[in-house]
Design a protein. Structure first.
Length: 720
């Protein structure tokens, strides 16, 4: 508690939860955080915070230390419990284990699985450690589960992974087209902006595409409750209507795009009547959506699409993205205020991870591993002979390879794959089989921490310094307010220490040159240099400038005075031809169809007041007031058919596992469907969460798995 002699300090930083990237002011005394409030000067939130952000200080109380990892713990034999050890012993042991696997089985027998909740500086070091020092591209991230279809969609259609719109476009839009996003729950402060914009502009139309009547869908002027996985049929049919009604922009298509004729032939087949049958909605609603999206051909009006996990977490997520972008290109709804295809990032720094190339197929500065010239540029930047050519393992592939005994040592940082990956039982089996598992975590309570041979305590929000980039390409500072608890160290710092030890054990002559840093700023400055001349050039920024002038959007090249609010205003795209590409997209089924044995189509999603696997939000009693426990939501007709009542305990089974939890009757889901929140894991009744049921099938372009859908059976549970 504060006494009159205790100094009251304030530190400007950024919320560590979602990709809105709200600015926060941390109130503290230099030792303990006592409060948090929204930063009125931060352009993402202008002082507002949601239920999660405004309770951040409650995750940093002295009581919260009970769930924190405070010192390294090591077990040398799998059967033994972990014992406390010092950092030198921990990192030396880890370096020796990794070195011996690399010597015996080669660099691709080790892997790093990191997180969109790490800071850009952390990400940069892990990426360099794997690709630059060890010589493996086996570094992937939980952003693979979140954003990779948006990345692949942008690159396929527009030539670069760059969301072309910004938050301010919400107020300039005449139609908001939200697809696969419960923005009201998952991006609450952005949703407040939507509410404000609608209040200021009553004629604005809100269309929401979602199988479920979410809180966002309930507020829509038009809710298209499509059957799970039928997005492309809807978008193709909307484009069909736009073509038929002559609401497209032939002048824009001719001047700035290519590939339209092939797409025109395809969408000719997608009549509203045909798509209505596939999507399970009224054909008039498809026609209405097309009219509002294209403003019946009125070029002065603007449409902004916002989309998230419902679009991305699909076995055809990349084409879901491309089909939305097709509509924007055909109607010239891009590169002007209030318009554009705008993917929302789920995690606070999914975007920063993409910038540094922290995925198995990417390299620093939005470079592609597959391009020899990009590998050569990065090798030159890092001062090493080459970056390995062989693509690394994406998230699902990585754990499959672990289960097959091909990945023998893994370093997991700031993420909980034993809960968040699809086909949870398979992931847990892979982790228990892996020879050596390092888990670098702020919380000792995650499901994944149980599998750690070495648990390394990591710093958390309020204790870290660096940068994050939000959904609208805006880079914000994250600044440490209080010291780390126990012996916790920053992720980049521990990774760097490990890298130097590993480099020495492998007698790698480039070790010292690769890792010359002693501060976050030195790491960031190198990252900044890697963007020079690239689409995301940030050479005009510095730590000091971000602190003095506030968060900035990229690109922000040297000599610029501001970043770019929106991209492609001149109609030029970063493709070889300078033109955007229409992508032919066709309807495809979900990876798993409902059948007589598993007749219910289950979708998954977030609750308003919880975050991911609840390691942080789960420590705040207040955040259980909205939803106290995991519940599966089911339609009354389906419940009656099975003789189920509200509050019954049910067993939910898929081909991969089963979960036991309580049932809630809900008209938000259509007959034949169910909804399960994704937050609970070992704290659920059966010790397993929604991902015990989900399938690992992934999109062929992005390798993002179909976490949003599984065919399940639901029956009354009778305890033995
Ligand atoms: Fe944090 Fe997202 Fe809430 Fe903003 S909207 S306070 S970034 S959780």
């Amino acid at each position: 508690p504060h006494t009159p002699t205790t100094p009251r300090l304030e530190t400007r930083s950024t919320c560590c939860y979602c990709g809105v990237g709200c600015g926060v002011i941390i109130e503290h005394d230099g030792k303990q955080i006592s409060g948090v409030r929204g930063d009125p000067e931060h352009p993402a939130n202008f002082g507002r915070l949601c239920s999660k952000g405004s309770t951040l200080h409650l995750t940093m109380t002295e009581d919260s230390l009970a769930v924190r990892a405070l010192y390294p713990e090591l077990r040398k034999q799998r059967e033994q419990p972990r014992q406390r050890c010092d950092w030198h012993t921990a990192l030396d042991h880890a370096a020796e284990r990794f070195a011996s696997v690399i010597r015996e089985h080669g660099p691709d027998a080790v892997a790093f699985y990191i997180s969109g909740q790490l800071l850009t500086e952390d990400y940069y070091v892990f990426n360099k450690l794997a690709k630059g020092l060890i010589g493996t591209n086996n570094v992937d991230t939980n952003s693979r589960l979140c954003m990779s279809s948006a990345v692949a969609g942008y690159k396929l259609s527009l030539g670069a992974d760059a969301p072309p719109a910004c938050y301010e476009d919400i107020q300039h839009a005449d139609t908001l087209f939200i697809a696969g996003s419960n923005t009201a729950f998952a991006h609450p402060i952005l949703y407040r902006r939507i509410e404000d914009a609608r209040a200021a502009k009553p004629a604005m139309k809100l269309i929401v595409v979602d199988p479920r009547r979410t809180d966002t869908a309930a507020e829509a002027d038009l809710h298209l409750a499509i059957l799970p996985g039928t997005d492309i049929a809807l978008y193709n049919a909307m484009l069909h209507v736009m073509l038929w009604e002559d609401w497209i922009r032939p002048d824009y298509i001719a001047a700035h795009t290519e590939g339209f004729e092939a797409l025109r032939k395809t969408v000719r087949e997608y009549t509203p009547a045909m798509a209505a049958g596939i999507c399970g909605i009224d054909k008039k609603d498809i026609e209405k959506a097309a009219e509002w999206f294209a403003h019946a051909g009125d070029a002065s009006k603007a449409t902004l699409s916002m989309y998230c996990m419902g679009t991305n977490q699909s076995s055809h997520g990349t084409h879901n993205n491309a089909a939305i972008i097709n509509m924007h290109l055909a109607t010239a709804q891009i590169g002007k205020p209030g318009a554009g295809p705008f993917s929302l990032t789920g995690q606070p720094n999914a975007m920063g991870g993409r910038e540094v190339g922290g995925l198995a197929n990417l390299l620093s500065g939005h470079r592609d591993l597959a391009k020899p010239e990009h590998r050569a540029e990065v090798a030159q930047l890092w001062g090493i002979p080459e970056v390995p050519e062989k693509p690394g393992l994406s998230a699902v592939e990585l754990f499959d390879a672990m289960a097959a005994g091909q990945v023998k040592a893994v370093w997991i940082s700031c993420t909980n794959p034993a809960q968040s990956m699809p086909d949870q039982n398979l992931i847990r089996q892979a982790l228990s089989q892996c020879d050596f598992v390092v888990v670098q975590e702020a919380y000792r309570t995650t499901e994944t921490a149980r599998y750690a041979d070495l648990l390394l305590p990591a710093t958390s929000w309020g204790e870290k310094t660096g940068t994050v980039t939000n959904s609208e390409r805006r880079i914000s500072r994250v600044i440490q307010a209080v010291p780390a608890p126990g012996e916790a160290r920053h992720d980049w710092d521990a990774a760097l220490d490990f890298a130097r030890r590993l480099g020495n054990k492998l007698a790698n002559p480039h070790t010292a040159k690769l890792f010359p840093y002693s501060t976050e700023q030195e790491i960031w400055n190198e990252h900044r240099e890697s963007t020079r001349g690239r689409d995301l050039d940030i050479t005009g920024l510095s730590y000091a400038m971000l602190e003095q002038q506030g968060p900035q959007q990229w690109p922000f090249p040297s000599g610029a005075h501001t970043g770019k609010a929106r991209l492609y205003e001149d109609g030029r795209f970063p493709t070889d031809s300078g033109k955007a590409r229409f992508v032919v997209t066709e309807h495809r089924e979900t990876a798993e169809k409902a059948d007589s044995k598993y007749p219910i189509r289950m979708t998954t999603g977030r609750l308003r007041d919880q975050w991911h696997g609840m390691s942080r939000t789960g420590t705040v009693a207040r955040l259980y007031a909205h939803e106290a426990e995991p519940l599966i939501h089911m339609n009354a007709a389906d419940m009656a058919r099975r003789g189920l009542k509200n509050g019954d305990t049910v067993r939910v089974k898929s081909r991969r596992g089963e979960v036991i939890l309580k049932l809630r009757e809900s008209e938000s889901v259509r007959a034949g469907q169910a909804f399960m929140p994704m937050h609970w894991g070992s704290n659920a009744m059966s010790g397993l969460g929604s991902n015990a049921l989900t399938i690992k099938t992934f999109d062929p372009f992005s390798k993002q798995p179909e976490l949003k859908h599984a065919a399940v059976q639901i029956e009354k549970y009778q305890a033995a």
